[in-house]
Design a protein around this ligand. Structure first.
Ligand code: 13P
Length: 249
């Protein structure tokens, strides 16, 4: 059985007060859930979140990290700094990082390698833009993103990888991939991993879907055989909505 995961990417939202309120509420509501539940606050709230959640099964992830170990990179945060506050999960390759901060496949490859070297777990995001989907290039784009960043890894490192397929056209737009579209591309992704790394890696790999997942569509998306949970943006900022999505697993 693959691990089911629901992760909330808070993006640049929630100051200390809001973080505390949201996490207290999630802790109160979190019964025994069937999914691993992860929240990804901003860097400035990571230590606070770790502290607040230390007696809870809710895990904490960072939204990004720098590709370098240390040095003259004003404003940046390293993998070891993130680990130093007790966080060992990191999101890498989010489409907002790729498009707004020009993160290339090369940089993302370096980030993944460094995170794994630091023994962190990586939630690797990728997905096509609307133009690719319209021209039928989405399978190709997704294959290229995966191959460049992850296919040189040793098979043994895949236990530290979680994939998050997030079609750019569905992020924050209210438009989701249909359950059929999600299943079709998740199955494609799993078969690529199978061809390259074999059955034991591909069958145990969690592949999350992200892009306008809400309480009213989560169940149908999560019920697809190759969808192992979700990476949630907007709806993860509201405790009731996020828990409803977690409970849709
Ligand atoms: P939304 O759920 O707001 O569409 O965001 C998805 C996302 O980008 C999660 O990383």
């Amino acid at each position: 059985m693959r691990t089911k995961i629901v992760a909330g990417n808070w993006k640049m939202n929630n100051d200390s007060l809001a973080t505390s309120a949201l996490l207290q509420e999630l802790k109160r509501m979190n019964q025994i859930s069937k999914a691993r539940m992860i929240v990804a606050p901003a860097y400035t709230q990571l230590a606070q979140a770790v502290n607040l959640l230390k007696d809870s099964s809710i895990e904490v992830a960072a939204q990004n990290m720098n590709a370098e170990v240390s040095g003259a990179f004003t404003g940046e945060v390293s993998a070891s700094m993130i680990k130093g506050v007790g966080v060992s999960i990191v999101i890498i390759g989010h489409s907002e990082r790729r498009s707004l901060y020009s993160e290339t496949d090369k940089v993302l490859t370096e980030k993944v390698a460094l995170a794994l070297h630091e023994n962190m777990e990586v939630i690797f995001c990728f997905g096509e833009e609307l133009s690719h989907r319209k021209s039928g290039q989405h399978f190709e784009v997704v294959s290229h993103q995966l191959k460049t960043a992850l296919f040189d890894l040793d098979a043994s490192l895949w236990k530290k990888i979680i994939l998050a397929y997030e079609p750019v056209w569905a992020i924050g737009t209210g438009e989701t991939a249909s359950p059929k579209q999600a299943q079709e591309i998740h199955a494609h992704i799993r078969s690529l991993i199978h061809q390259k790394f074999g059955e034991s890696v591909s069958s145990s790999l969690s592949i999350l879907y992200g892009g306008s997942v809400k309480p009213n569509n989560a169940k149908e998306i999560f019920s697809q055989p190759d969808v192992d949970g979700g990476l949630i943006g907007g709806a993860s900022l509201n405790a009731n909505e996020f828990m409803a999505i977690v409970n849709a697993i």
